[in-house]
Design a protein around this ligand. Structure first.
Ligand code: ADP
Ligand code: ADP
Length: 229
């Protein structure tokens, strides 16, 4: 079953900068994909299409067969959760609990169900007991985990992460790699990761796309690895 299908996607910003040039990506449910590319390659622009912030003119971007651009927010966030590189962009409430509860509350779930999801998400990322902490006061690694938990609480089938391992201490980095791989392997969640960190490539990807405005290479991780290192 196809999870994400991106067909002939072009995107230029209003000032004329062409960020995506005829991008084609096809990801099967359960796959573990990394999208590599230098700064300015279009990774963030691509992810903004996956969370509905940028809407393609036609049905170029589909999730489980549905055009993302025309889906209702509630429907989209059940399918795909996007975790951005900078956790401060995603944590805006005064407690960790409220940040993780925000999505499920907006989905109209009962308080019991919201509470269950917050606890489950905290346990998944290893932040048990952090409910009342102030996100602003936490370490970068803890914020990254909280931002991931805030997306997991919506229980998406596809998880998209921008630079999940960048700028982390070795312990937090290893923790996050383990959590992401567990979600993929044991919960069948499709993972799509943008990163520079070539050292984590074999751990986080079965297959790699190299993006530089357009897709310049694609293949199993071992092939891409030997070509580009
Ligand atoms: P990446 O995430 O791979 O670093 P981006 O998607 O952020 O790449 O950027 C792709 C291209 O689009 C770059 O040339 C960048 O400068 C440009 N760009 C990004 N955001 C904007 C914007 N809001 N307006 C104009 N150009 C932008
Ligand atoms: P259940 O929710 O009954 O445990 P699964 O574990 O198969 O069922 O996951 C269902 C959804 O919940 C998945 O789509 C996923 O997004 C999300 N999910 C799975 N495992 C976790 C977890 N440990 N923490 C938070 N969310 C999870």
């Amino acid at each position: 079953k196809t999870a994400i299908s991106i067909t002939d996607l072009n995107y230029s910003y209003p000032d004329g900068t062409k960020a995506l040039d005829n991008v084609n990506i096809e990801i099967e449910q359960g796959e573990k994909i990394v999208i590599m590319g230098p700064n300015g390659a279009g990774k963030t622009t691509l992810f903004l299409h996956l969370n509905g912030v940028i809407r393609a003119e036609q049905d170029n971007v589909k999730i489980f067969g549905n055009n993302i651009g025309s889906m209702k927010t509630e429907d989209r966030i059940r399918e795909v959760g996007v975790v951005f590189a900078e956790p401060d962009d995603q944590l805006f409430m005064s407690t960790v609990y409220d940040d993780i509860a925000f999505g499920p509350l907006n989905m109209g779930l009962s308080e019991e169900e919201v509470d269950r999801r917050v606890k489950k998400a905290l346990a998944t990322v290893g932040l048990e007991g952090f409910e009342d902490k102030v996100p602003h006061h936490m370490s970068f690694g803890q914020k990254k985990k909280a931002a991931l938990a805030a997306v997991l609480s919506m229980e998406p089938r596809v998880l998209v992460l921008d630079e999940p391992t960048a700028n982390l201490d070795p312990k937090s980095r290893a923790d996050l790699i383990r959590v992401i791989n567990d979600l993929n392997k044991n919960h069948g969640i499709t993972t799509v990761i943008a990163m520079h960190d070539i050292n984590a490539l074999s751990e986080l990807a079965d297959r790699v796309y190299v993006l530089n405005r357009s897709i310049v290479a694609e293949g199993p991780t071992r092939d891409i690895f030997s070509d580009h290192v």
